[in-house]
Design a binder for this molecule. Structure first.
Ligand code: CP
Length: 310
């Protein structure tokens, strides 16, 4: 593995290796053990052109817990606001010596552009590109599901809401299929993307019909900032038909878990009392994100000689 650009690029063995490695690193992520020296002398650049709380901070924590040096770049306050391009930004950071670049960008495909260019010599990790993919989110979601449900082969995962704008949904659909799970996407017709019939999923417009067989239900953030009001039902109507409230949560099987990648719109796609309930693993997803991102950085960079990737 030279880069991590798409969850769909991972074979079952590669995905399982990342999840197994993350399991071994979880105690370091949770901090009873302080740091591992594995990536000492390596430099990881967090290149964020879009806002982030969880992903940016957890990649920083992951890199530091492996003893790497971290450079955090945020487009806000940088020369991007003066019109500097992705190419020139990447070349500038490469000149400072980056062994890996973790990139979040509003343009779908930006990480692929970077990985196939000569602008950076390091490994490229997609930390979310437009409405396309967010592979480390899917990995941390699979890790969380696996820790509660065991092997994901044959498990039923229901992903609900704004699939149209969700890079999380696409990456989860691809990875969960690779790991043998059955994915059902539930959304209003206007919030399913064109071409969804080519995804390895079932689709439904009816949340209530999908609850009783779900082992995990993942609520997606309604991305109002990417929407045209004309195709979005009112917040009240959306919440009534597609929101997870306590009554719906109580119809899930006893063992089923409630997930959300964050940030949440409490009261819209998920009730506050559901988000804070015993069934919710939302905070655990964040903790697991550090371990999974440590595993990804370790497998991309660990043990390789300077200038090479594992
Ligand atoms: N889940 C996720 O990507 O959250 P952030 O936007 O806060 O990184």
């Amino acid at each position: 593995m030279k880069h991590l650009l798409s969850a769909g690029d991972l074979s079952r063995d590669e995905a399982t290796l990342i999840l197994d490695t993350a399991e071994q690193l979880l105690s370091v992520a949770q901090r009873p053990i302080k740091k591992l020296p594995t990536l000492r002398g390596r430099t990881i650049v967090n290149l964020f052109f879009e806002d982030s709380t969880r992903t940016r901070i957890s990649f920083e924590a992951a890199a530091k817990r492996l003893s790497a040096d971290v450079i955090n770049f945020s487009a806000k306050g940088s020369s991007v606001s003066k019109g500097e391009s992705l190419k020139d930004t990447a070349l500038t950071l490469q000149a400072m010596g980056a062994d890996a670049v973790v990139i979040r960008h509003h343009a779908s495909g930006a990480p692929h552009r970077l990985a196939t260019s000569a602008w950076t010599k390091g490994a490229v990790v997609n930390a979310g590109d437009g409405t396309h993919e967010h592979p480390t989110q899917a990995l941390l979601d699979a890790f969380t599901m696996r820790s509660h449900l065991g092997d994901l082969e044959g498990k039923n995962v229901t992903i609900v809401g704004d699939v149209l704008h969700s890079r999380v949904a696409r990456s989860n659909a691809l990875l969960l299929d690779t790991l043998g799970a059955n994915v059902t996407l539930v959304a209003p017709p206007t919030l399913l993307p064109v071409g969804v019939e080519t995804w390895p999923v079932e689709t439904s417009y009816n949340l209530d019909a999908s609850l009783e067989k779900a082992d995990a239900v993942m609520m997606l953030r309604v991305q109002r900032e990417r929407m045209n009001a004309s195709y979005f039902p009112s917040a009240r109507e959306y919440s009534r038909r597609y929101g997870l409230d306590v009554a719906r949560m109580n119809r899930l099987p006893d063992h089923a878990i409630v997930m959300h990648p964050g940030p949440m719109n409490r009261g819209m796609e998920i009730g506050a009392d559901v988000a804070d309930s015993d069934r919710s693993v939302i905070v655990e997803q964040v903790t697991n994100g550090v371990a999974v991102r440590m595993a990804v950085l370790y497998l991309l960079l660990g043990g390789a000689t300077e200038g090479e990737n594992a």
